[in-house]
Design a protein around this ligand. Sequence first.
Ligand SMILES: O=C(O)[C@H](O)[C@@H](O)[C@H](O)[C@H](O)COP(=O)(O)O
Length: 224
Amino acid sequence: MTLEQAPRERLSGQLAEAVAEALRSDLAERDKVLLVVSGGSTPVPFLRALADMPLPWSRVEVTLADERWVAESDDDSNARLVREHLLRGEARQARFVPLTSEAATPEQGVAEVAERVSGLAWPASAVVLGMGGDGHTASLFPDSRELDLALSTAEPVVAVRTPSQPQPRISLSADRLHQAYRHFLHITGESKRDVLGKALAGDDTRALPIRAFLASPLGIYWAP
Ligand SMILES: O=C(O)[C@H](O)[C@@H](O)[C@H](O)[C@H](O)COP(=O)(O)O
């Protein structure tokens, strides 16, 4: 586990450099590489900095760690976030694979999304995780009734219903999120630093699902 700390904009640039280097390193050995990014608000400066990195973007596949089951036109769509902030300039050549389908619910769409996700260039070169104040990551929420399934299944994606979240979601499972050569955690603010500290001090993954990713190498990027 390594910890990088800097002002938010500089930290985002450092994380973008580290992820770009991971992709370049694997591209020297593989025809295609996969990057898994998270949604929410924290990743925006990171995604914008990564988009400016010189890479053979046509050989890069991008998907999400999780998604709200909404149309891409919805302000809450993570796919919209990726398209607006990462798929710009040369990075538009990347192959982006969203996690929603035309189905009305994630339960109806999960099989199609699972097949789509399974065809990507696993193991991912990098998975960039975020974390909520409740210790969730991706859509592995403490109050989700699918949490045990998401933490134990070998399936690549899980439909998630969570009382604390307004929309149904779909999430990569913990097993699939572990199928990566490198993991990064991008968080900001004192409160999330304190939640991470609490997560590091205990082992109940159901209480703080980020714990599912603290036992293996993790590059933590934190800004005040
Ligand atoms: O769809 C999502 O919301 C994300 O994938 C989620 O896991 C996110 O990383 C955390 O909720 C932190 O979100 P913020 O960066 O907005 O605090």
